[in-house]
Design a protein around this ligand. Sequence first.
Ligand code: URA
Length: 191
Amino acid sequence: MEKELEQIRQKCLNCTKCSLSKTRHNVVFSDGVPNNKLVLVGEAPGYYEDMKGIPFVGKAGQLLDKIFDCVGLSRKKDVYIMNTIKCRPPENRNPLPEEKRACREYLDAQLEILKPKIILICGNVALESLLDLPYGITRARGNWFEGKYNSKMMPIYHPSYLLRNNSREKGSPKWQMWQDIKEVKRVYESL
Ligand code: URA
C-alpha cells in the first residue's frame, strides 16, 4: 500500500496538469496513516497547508484533530487524510471544474489503493466530487452512503464551517458534528 501511494505521490509532486501548479508552493498529498479503515477527504489546501505541504494544519485542521480526539481517534495512528484538490487555489477560492477534473486521477488512485471501509466526505467540494446528490452537505451530513469497494461514506461538515458557527446547542452544526463523529466511531469499532 505505502509503495503504491508513494508512486502516485511522486507523480502528483511533478504535476502540471492545471494552472494551480504555477502558484502553489507545495503539493499537498496526504497526512496520517495509510490504512483501509478510515479516510477523510477534504476540500483543497489553504495557506498553511500550501506552505507546509501537509493537509489540515491550519485552524480548521486543529479543530479536526480535536473532533477525532473526542472519540479517541488520532490522525497519527488511525486516519489517512487527503483533499479533493492537491494544490491551493489562489485566495482559497473554490476549485474550478477543470482543476477538479485534472486532479481527479490522484484522488481516485488514492482511494483505489486504500479501498477504505469508511470514507468521511468533509464539506461540499468533496461531496460534489464523490457523490451525485441533488442536495448539499446540510442535508447529506450524518447519513451513510454506499461507495465503491463496499465503502461506507459519510458526509460531514467541514471544520471551517464549524469555526464560523460557535453554538453547541442541540441541533447546531457543532452538535450535529458530535452526533456524526460518534456514529463514525461506532461503525469504526464494529469493523
Ligand atoms: N481545508 C481543507 O479542506 N483541506 C485542508 O487541507 C485545509 C483546509
